[in-house]
Structures are given as structure tokens and as C-alpha cells.
Design a protein around this ligand. Structure first.
Ligand code: AMP
Length: 288
């Protein structure tokens, strides 16, 4: 396994593999790797001949009030994980080489970037789509592996690749969870053990919502929302729900009534537990 910091060096490596018809699988991350990231590395290892993981805590997707400085970083730990799971190249650039002083360009996927997560984190997705475009141009992957954990991010990146004719396949892999149901996240490091238990209520609440829709055949989304909000209020003193949404899985448009809806449904939410902001979602088919 090689660690590459230099953009041009990785582009040359990628050109070589592209020219020799070796498929490149790419897992972009912000590091502090956990089993969720590992599931993406494993999938890439199984599917493709060359596996590239990037580790870059991207400053432009954090608002000034957010946790960019506290975000956990441990390159040596990540290095060993990547090596154990068969990564061929780690791309580990400096912020200065990614964003030189005269950097001016932004990539913006309209509408989807401004709803749900985008409402509460203005500018976040522009930061994401801009860095992912840069990473794609550097790594030149045949396939990118993303987690369902960040459903809206995955949808936006898919739309960006579709709209800009970016010649990369996107594979979205299932959310990996703790035994309690809590979705794995680098930010779980901020939680104490009792908070981790409490945070698992979020996944329970999503499943309650799914049960309302699929088992109890509730079509009025407002009722589902009220039920889920109350469930969280009843079960936890400390969780502050920011939003709970019922959307499609293409543009994340909110569904008001499921009566005439058929297809994939995403239930997603964001909540604070103390100072830690958590997101989660579940995806299922609706053919009632
Ligand atoms: P991050 O390092 O948090 O930016 O995440 C890098 C990639 O890992 C993204 O595609 C995430 O959606 C994915 N990911 C993060 N947590 C999980 C998880 N619990 N299960 C599956 N994928 C995940």
C-alpha cells in the first residue's frame, strides 16, 4: 500500500491503470475509519482491481460554527486499517494543495442541496460536491463507494454525476450499525457510553415510522411524523430532534401522502444529543 499526497502523482498512477484497463474502486472518507468505512473498502476490494481510499477532512463542508477542529483524526490508525483491508493507495492530501489560495470554483447541485440537511447546514453540500468532483478528477475511479448512512449526500453525488456526465459508477452500500442499532459514525466518538445507548432510540424511531407506514398502512405523512416525534420525546430526555422527513430516494422530495406513491421511501432525521449532531435514515420499498 502506498500513501500519496501529491495530486499529479496520483493522476499519473490513475492514468496508468485506466490505460491498462484495470478498474479503480474509490472510497472517499474523512478518516477515523470505523466498520461503516470498512464495509465500503471490502466492497471495493471485491469488485475492483485497484482500491483507492482518500482521507481528507474537507474544511469547506464545515460551517465556521461546526466541529472541523474537533473532528477526530488519527492517520496511523487509519493507515493500518486500510492496509489490513487491502487498500492499494491512500490519497492523503494537504488542504493547501486541494485549495490553493487562488481557488475559485464551486460545484452546486441545485434544490436537493438546500433541503433537509442543507437547510440546517447551509453550504455543506456545495463543499461536498466540490471536493468530490476534485477527487473524481484526481482518482479517476470506475466505481465510487458511498454509504447509505449519508443518504442525501449519496443522492446529490449521484445527481451530480448524472447531470455532468461524469463517467463513474456510484454504488451505495448499506448503513453499518452498532449492535444497539446506532449508525456507526466517526462522530460517535463524541458520545459517552450512556449517550450511545440513548442515541440508539433514533434508529428505533425510524423503524417505528416504517412500521406505521408498512404494517399499519398509514398514508398521511403528518401522522407518521407526529408519531415519530412523540416516540423520541417519550423515550429520551436529551435528544433534540431537528427534523424528521419522509421523502423519495431520487431527489429527496418530501412526500405528503403515500396514497398514490409507489417506489422507494427514505425516512431520515437529524438530532442533537448534547452538542453532538447525529443523522440517520432508513430506506424501503413502498408498494402498498
Ligand atoms: P465520512 O468519513 O463520514 O465522510 O464517510 C465516508 C463514507 O463512509 C461516506 O460515503 C459515508 O456515507 C460512509 N459511511 C459513514 N458511516 C457509515 C456507516 N455507518 N455505514 C456505511 N457507510 C458509512
Amino acid at each position: 500500500m502506498k500513501v500519496i499526497k501529491d495530486i499529479k502523482a496520483l493522476q499519473n498512477i490513475s492514468d496508468y491503470f485506466r490505460a491498462t484497463i484495470k478498474t479503480i474502486g474509490f472510497v472517499p472518507t474523512m478518516g477515523y475509519l470505523h466498520d461503516g468505512h470498512i464495509s465500503l473498502l471490502q466492497k471495493a476490494r471485491m469488485d475492483t482491481e485497484v482500491v483507492v481510499a482518500s482521507i481528507f477532512v474537507n474544511p469547506t463542508q464545515f460551517a465556521p460554527t461546526e466541529d472541523f477542529n474537533q473532528y477526530p483524526r488519527d492517520f496511523l490508525r487509519d493507515y493500518h486499517i486500510c492496509r489490513n483491508y487491502g487498500v492499494d493507495y491512500i490519497f492523503y492530501p494537504d488542504a493547501k494543495s486541494i485549495y490553493p489560495e487562488d481557488f475559485l470554483t464551486e460545484v452546486y447541485v441545485k434544490e436537493i442541496s438546500d433541503r433537509l440537511e442543507g437547510m440546517f447546514r447551509p453550504g455543506h453540500f456545495v463543499g461536498v460536491t466540490t471536493i468530490v468532483t476534485k477527487l473524481i478528477n484526481i482518482v479517476k475511479p470506475n466505481i465510487i463507494y458511498l454509504g447509505q448512512k449519508d443518504a442525501q449526500q449519496a443522492i446529490i453525488i449521484k445527481k451530480m454525476c448524472e447531470d455532468l456526465n461524469i463517467d463513474t459508477e456510484i454504488k451505495i452500500c448499506p448503513t453499518v450499525r452498532e449492535r444497539t442499532g446506532l449508525a456507526m459514525s466517526s462522530r460517535n466518538l463524541y458520545l459517552k457510553d450512556d449517550e450511545k445507548m440513548e442515541a440508539s432510540i433514533l434508529y428505533e424511531a425510524l423503524n417505528e415510522g416504517k412500521k406505521m407506514i408498512l404494517d399499519y398502512k398509514v398514508v398521511d405523512v403528518d401522522s407518521v411524523k407526529k408519531y415519530v416525534e412523540n416516540y423520541i420525546l417519550r423515550k429520551s430526555k436529551n435528544i433534540k430532534l431537528q427534523y424528521f422527513a419522509v421523502t423519495d430516494n431520487y431527489l429527496m422530495n418530501e412526500i405528503e401522502n403515500l396514497k398514490n406513491y409507489r417506489g422507494e421511501v427514505v425516512l431520515s432525521l437529524a438530532a442533537y444529543l448534547g452538542k453532538t449532531r447525529l443523522i440517520d435514515n432508513i430506506l424501503f420499498n413502498y408498494n402498498n
